[in-house]
Structures are given as structure tokens and as C-alpha cells.
Design a protein around this ligand. Structure first.
Ligand code: HXC
Length: 258
């Protein structure tokens, strides 16, 4: 059992809730270790078709744990950063869709965690930001890279250098979240999106994620070639026969689990 997170599965949708509200769900080594563990299990759990990641209370995640980091020497800080990267990379690369339901503060490592997810849905109360430079450090869970890739280099530099906190509407405007929902509707909106994705062919969803993630950092020629190979994998799946057959027979498709 976990001490800092909750995990439940409801009809194919897994929900991971970071549950350290007294510390605004700050990511210490224990939380990061539990997140790594739960997403490793989710990866091989055929029951889970899509995942929602959210936070308990006022915050999504208010960053890496400052009290813990304050005590760490540079080697300890590096270890924490490496563990953080492992968690973010796992979430980003897991062959299942992961939706961040950003309920409140998503600061520092919290904003980085949201950015490692495939899709971000923000509550109208959410606040995003990278306040690290005010603490004498820089984003260290991939934020300097993922933020620039999501919102562009100039806006990433603006947010990281000013440490400005922005609301959900501004985050939506710059492409840091894909949807904004009323606070009381956040989880149901996230679940609706998760169920929509989960109703599609799982291999096609996994393949699309791989193609977008990997192709994004390639040159166009290599990325197009990569799309051809990943497309071929999807085209060879039983789900392709089922999906197209169902369309032609005017019925709903019944896709395989994986
Ligand atoms: C540890 C934290 C915390 C954090 C909040 N708390 N954020 N503890 N690490 N990141 C704790 C507070 O110390 C306090 O504990 C309790 O949570 C409630 O917080 P308050 O500040 O009293 O609440 P509020 O006034 O509502 O302000 C909320 C807030 C503020 C705006 C989110 O807490 C804040 O600015 N937090 C820090 C945000 C931040 O700088 N994040 C980036 C961290 S660096 P007590 O015991 O007093 O009740 C980072 C680097 C990643 O993420 C890469 C590392 C390798």
C-alpha cells in the first residue's frame, strides 16, 4: 500500500491522486518512488486503459519538497533530480494515455509533472508556474525542455526567468493546458476525455503516442519515416480489421485490450 498516493481503477480508468495535502502534495523522494511504482504497475495492467493524475486538496503539486531539498548536498540533489526524471520519462513514455487533472497549484516539479502527461485539463482555480529561480535553482525534472517544447522558447524563458504564476486561462492561451473546467467538474471532464480515448483502439492510441513523442524531436524526414513504421504496426493489428470492419458493417467496434 502507498502512504502518499491513492490509486483506484474504475471501469478501465485508473486514477492516481497525490495525497500529501498538508505539504501541498510536494514531491519528496517517497512520493516520487511511489509514483514510479504505481506507473510501472499501470504499464502492465491490462485492466487500465487510461489514467488520470490529480492532487488532493488545494494543490496539484506545489513542486519538489523544498524542506527535503534544503538538506541535500549536490549528490543528493542530483539523485533526487534523476529519480524525478525517471518518473517523468515513465509517464511520458508509458503506452497508455495519461491525463493530468490540474486541480490547483502546479508549480516547479508540479508543473513539470503535468507537462510529462499527455493532456492537461485545468481547473479554473489552477495556477501554473516555474518558481525555481527564486530558490536559487532551475527546473530539474525536465521543465527547461518540456516547457519550451510545449509553449515555445520565448514563453518558456519568460515563465522560468520571471517565475510568474499564471492562471488556467493564460495557461490555456499559451498551450500549457488543453482544456479548462469548473473546479467541481474537473474530474468528470477528465474522466469523459479518458473514456473517449479508452473507447478507441488501444494499439492505435499507444502507437500515436509513440509516434508523436519520438517524432517530435527528430527532423521531419526521420519523423516521417518513423510515422510510416509506427503506422505499419497499427495497420497490422487486429484492431485495424475490427475498426474498419465495424465501420463497414455499421456497428460499434470491439477492440482488444492491448
Ligand atoms: C515543501 C511545501 C511546498 C514545497 C508548500 N509547502 N509548497 N513544502 N515543498 N514545494 C508547504 C508549506 O511549507 C506549508 O507547510 C504548507 O505546504 C502550506 O503552504 P503555504 O505556503 O502555507 O500555503 P499558501 O499560503 O496557500 O501558499 C501556497 C503556495 C506556496 C503558493 C503553493 O506554498 C508556495 O509558494 N510553495 C512553494 C512553491 C515552489 O517554490 N515550488 C517549486 C519548488 S522547487 P507548513 O508546515 O508551514 O504548514 C522545484 C524544483 C524541481 O519544484 C526540481 C528539483 C530537482
Amino acid at each position: 500500500m502507498y502512504e502518499n498516493i491513492k490509486f483506484e481503477v474504475n471501469e478501465g480508468i485508473g486514477t492516481v491522486t497525490i495525497n500529501r495535502p498538508k505539504a501541498m502534495n510536494a514531491l519528496n523522494m517517497d512520493v516520487l518512488t511511489e509514483l514510479y511504482d504505481v506507473f510501472t504497475k499501470i504499464e502492465s495492467d491490462d485492466e487500465v486503459k487510461a489514467v488520470i493524475l490529480t492532487g488532493e486538496g488545494k494543490a496539484f503539486v506545489a513542486g519538489a519538497d523544498i524542506a527535503q531539498m534544503h538538506k541535500l548536498n549536490p549528490i543528493g540533489g542530483r539523485q533526487m533530480m534523476m529519480l524525478g526524471h525517471k518518473v517523468m520519462n515513465l509517464i511520458e513514455n508509458i503506452e497508455k494515455p495519461v491525463i493530468a487533472a490540474v486541480n490547483g497549484f502546479a508549480l516547479g516539479g508540479g508543473c513539470e509533472l503535468a507537462m510529462a502527461c499527455d493532456i492537461r485539463i485545468a481547473s479554473e482555480k489552477a495556477k501554473f508556474g516555474q518558481p525555481e529561480v527564486g530558490l536559487g535553482i532551475i527546473p530539474g525534472f525536465g521543465g527547461t525542455q518540456r516547457l519550451a517544447r510545449l509553449v515555445g522558447k520565448g514563453m518558456a524563458k519568460y515563465l522560468i526567468m520571471t517565475a510568474e504564476m499564471i492562471g488556467a486561462d493564460e495557461a490555456y492561451r499559451i498551450g500549457l493546458c488543453e482544456k479548462v473546467a469548473a473546479p467541481e467538474e474537473l474530474l468528470s471532464v477528465a474522466e469523459k476525455v479518458a473514456r473517449t480515448i479508452a473507447s478507441k483502439a488501444p494499439i492505435a492510441i499507444a502507437t500515436a503516442k509513440t509516434a508523436i513523442n519520438n517524432g517530435f524531436d527528430m527532423d521531419m524526414k526521420s519523423a516521417s519515416k518513423f510515422e510510416i513504421e509506427t503506422f505499419t504496426a497499427a495497420f497490422s493489428s487486429e484492431d485495424k480489421t475490427e475498426g474498419m470492419g465495424a465501420f463497414l458493417e455499421k456497428r460499434a467496434p470491439e477492440f482488444k485490450n492491448r
